[in-house]
Design a protein around this ligand. Structure first.
Ligand code: AMP
Length: 220
């Protein structure tokens, strides 16, 4: 049976990077509400315009909107999902549980990616991604081999996110601690929380996540 997992952690914890590994290694499907919202923005939908300012400030968009986006994806069927950046509030977590139940599915593991705040600031301020294939880079820790060209697909469409700046990061961190971090207790109580050290090398984090999925990971 396919596995459905949640990657939980503050902005810059490496959720997107690990999600990409899981897509490659296990054929799971990534459901990133951040990506869905950015897509809505760039295609200029009414909802996209509505959320643009909220996202740029680093605040959370309404539960109703993101739950709607996830519902739409789950309605398209399939299993083996990586929830990346969702849920971010207790209301979203409750809604997800209901949605999964309706599909006859469940969340198998919640991977909590632990990183300290000082690391997040430098990670986020140097971050850029390939607009074509989504590969994630960093100015210092993971630059492209050739300046301005994606190592993976050769695209020159390298992008920095509008909200990856010091000011909105402050708000994003505050939103995380106020609204999202209570989910750690929520999933701990449910018995499926698995912390991993998000500060380790990408490969080591990937091994730790893999161990969780294979049922051998640490559990608090
Ligand atoms: P991310 O790419 O996950 O860092 O998300 C970027 C931005 O999209 C966040 O700072 C929020 O403004 C918005 N967003 C993404 N996912 C959610 C969510 N589950 N709930 C509320 N807002 C979200």
């Amino acid at each position: 049976m396919a596995t459905n997992i949640i990657l939980l952690g503050p902005p810059g914890a490496g959720k997107g990077t690990q999600a990409r590994r899981l897509i490659e290694e296990r054929g799971l499907v990534q459901l990133s509400t951040g990506d869905m919202l950015r897509e809505a923005r760039s295609s200029g939908t009414e909802m996209g315009q509505l959320v643009a300012k909220v996202m740029d400030r680093g605040e959370l968009v309404t539960d109703e909107i993101v739950i709607g986006l996830i519902r739409e994806k789950l309605d398209q069927g399939g299993n083996g999902f990586i929830f990346d950046g969702f849920p971010r509030t207790l209301a979203q977590a409750d809604a997800l549980e209901g949605l999964m139940k309706d599909e006859g599915q469940q969340i198998d593991a919640v991977v909590e990616m632990r990183v300290d705040d000082t690391a997040l600031v430098s990670r986020i301020s140097g971050r850029f991604t390939c607009g074509n294939c989504g590969e994630v880079y960093h100015d210092v820790t993971k630059p492209t081999k050739a300046e301005g060209v994606c190592d993976v697909c050769g695209s020159t469409d390298l992008r920095r996110r509008a909200d990856d700046n010091a000011e909105s990061l402050k708000t994003r961190l505050m939103e995380y601690y106020k609204k999202t971090s209570p989910l750690i207790g929520y999933y701990y109580a449910k018995g499926n929380l698995h912390p991993v050290d998000g500060l380790a090398e990408i490969d080591q984090v990937a091994s730790a996540v893999s161990a969780v999925l294979n049922g051998t990971g640490s559990k608090t």
